[in-house]
Design a protein around this ligand. Sequence first.
Ligand code: FAD
Length: 463
Amino acid sequence: MPQYDLVVIGSGPAGQRAAIQGAKTGKRVALVERRQVVGGASINTGTIPSKTMREAVLHLSGYNYQNIYGVSYRVKDKITMGDLAFRVQHVIKTEIDVTQAQLSRNGIEVMTGIASFKDPHTLLVTNSHGAQEVTGEIVVIGTGTKPATSPKVAINARTIINSDQILEMPEIPKTLLVVGGGVIGVEYTSMFATLGVRVTLIEKRPRLLEFADSEIVEALSYHLRDHRVTMRLNEEVESVAETPDGGVVANLESKKKVMGDALLYAVGRQGNVDDLNLPAAGLEADNRGRIAVDADYRTAQPNIFAVGDVIGFPSLASVSMEQGRIAVARAFDKPAKSQPAHYPFGIYTIPEISFIGKTEEQLTDEDVPYEVGVAYYREMARGQIRGDTTGRLKLIFHRETHDLLGVHIIGEGASELLHIGQAVLILGGKLDYFVNTVFNYPTLAECYKAAAFNGINKLTRFQ
Ligand SMILES: Cc1cc2nc3c(=O)[nH]c(=O)nc-3n(C[C@H](O)[C@H](O)[C@H](O)COP(=O)(O)OP(=O)(O)OC[C@H]3O[C@@H](n4cnc5c(N)ncnc54)[C@H](O)[C@@H]3O)c2cc1C
């Protein structure tokens, strides 16, 4: 029976980084993946396909240049699902290749098959050739999630789909219902709206993206409505049915009916734990398939760790990678530092949102005396050159110490721009850093300086 120091289950961002950290530590590592290709949901169905589709939508629709050349500006007039899928498939293939090469360069044994526990150290790997046992001193579970299902919404993979099936739609619908105002639902809403699709977004909570700063979410909502998105907030879907003309109707609990050519069901995700036979390892998952871990990502079984989406929030590829690295370093008693309180969020709506640190709502609840400085892209030369006049950057800082407490951005390049603020925040920097620093001109980064001045001015006026 093959014996390894480390066996990792799942080749998504969490599993990849766990395996590579093990190899870098000089350990003998095996990685088990049930798909024929590596990369997990991140490369094959989630992050990479959606972000590449977004890029294709932005390019082909001419969106970024419509403020300059007019709303009729297009790179391609009739955009098809094929146009979007073409670019997506190219990037998926390349990313799989890069990941495969990285695993092999690090001497990691990749085994194809479904892993299930026989005992805390032994796994059964089953594929079309049969079953094989492998043992690991340490086992890391990085099995990720799949789209959650609902008895109220029967997915038909054609007109009623989940987020794994977007690119399988035969054509871009004229009207689309999106159920779920979380990150996935809102990202796809904005992409389809940019393509000119009439989207109705149905969300049972009173607002979208409830963990983001409300002012930024308001700005996004305004923009979505401006792109003819109808938002049905505080509304729950009672049932969904196909209509005789090939469309879809969503019956809401409030007795409203909403019609569309297709429906995307994007309400939550469920942990991939069904095949793992967790009881054989003395473990269990909760009703959403999440495995409980401690601060080192160790499960109730001392030699078994769990990382990535299978442990729940924040369910981001970026954070999953970090969890994989930290778990394996801790498992083998190697030093590893991380900043869990300062994970950044990137939400690739159109326009993009990114943030780090506290929101105004959190600071108000905590009675922290804070002040806010805001800068608008339209007031920056680069904003005008780029044609992004909707963007804004908001700094939240302590009004007495000037400590930076949060950075919230909406607009072109937000997820890249955020990392300037992240560095200052994590290094314990103050608002004064931005005031006293020269930024390249013309850049969007100048927003930091303008927002800092805006914030400082508020202090002097009201002191
Ligand atoms: C539409 C969409 C868009 C997203 N956009 C972003 C984004 O922009 N930025 C971001 O940071 N995150 C994004 N995410 C989230 C991101 O994809 C996940 O956080 C990330 O993939 C989680 O990584 P993971 O390694 O935990 O799991 P996964 O990537 O899901 O990988 C788990 C792997 O384990 C394998 N597996 C499962 N069970 C077994 C078993 N028993 N035996 C063997 N193998 C098994 C699976 O086949 C899979 O390959 C997005 C997700 C979706 C769905």
